[in-house]
Design a protein around this ligand. Structure first.
Ligand code: ADP
Length: 181
């Protein structure tokens, strides 16, 4: 099936819901026959960007490499789903400019909510000082100023967030959805 490539870039705090939403969006798009690839920040850090740390320079390098691969795939007609904290606005905008077909999804939940979820137990460690440079605790997060899509996972169900993303992609002309879903 031929379709337009696009990078769907999920950004937000740890525990905001990037992985959960992106997995479901991936499944829904695949079920419809779209070519989809996923670049998950945590997974990518085990190979493509292995050895990089959490300084601003390393975080930017991490995002630059993810963006490079996303660009290659996008221009070959793939729907690329990136899920990475990507805390710095400037580098996200740099990647956006390079790729062109770029949809930024701000996965937004207040720090208190992410911390209460503590999906991976990392906030507890960060508060205890066992992890340094943890986004939202002792490292910055710069929210998107003008994201194409915003999911408020503190007040939306997963299904609502997923629908928002799919409808947003449809509205932007990247996918067409079944009439009845
Ligand atoms: P991240 O990938 O951003 O670090 P995760 O997806 O691993 O975050 O964790 C998000 C948590 O929030 C999951 O436990 C998920 O079930 C929960 N959650 C609650 N509401 C939503 C929603 N609307 N969208 C996504 N996740 C949600």
């Amino acid at each position: 099936m031929e379709h337009k490539g696009v990078t769907i870039w999920f950004t937000g705090l740890s525990g905001a819901g990037k992985t959960t939403i992106s997995r479901e969006v991936e499944a829904r798009l695949r079920a419809q026959g779209y070519k989809v690839e996923v670049l998950d920040g945590d997974v990518v850090r085990t190979h493509l960007t292995k050895g990089l740390g959490y300084s601003k320079e390393d975080r930017d390098e991490n995002i630059r490499r993810i963006g490079f691969v996303a660009h290659l795939l996008t221009r070959n007609g793939v729907i690329v789903i990136v899920s990475a904290i990507s805390p710095y606005r400037a580098i996200r905008d740099e990647i956006r400019a390079k790729i062109g077909n770029f949809v930024e999804v701000y996965v937004n939940a207040p720090l208190e909510v992410c911390e209460a979820r503590d999906v991976k137990g990392l906030y507890k460690k960060a508060r205890a000082g066992e992890i340094k440079m943890f986004t939202g605790i002792d490292d910055p997060y710069e929210p998107p100023l003008n994201p194409e899509i915003e999911c408020r996972t503190d007040i939306e169900t997963l299904e609502e967030s997923v629908e928002k993303v799919l409808r947003g992609l449809e509205k932007l002309g990247y996918i067409s959805l079944p009439v009845v879903s």
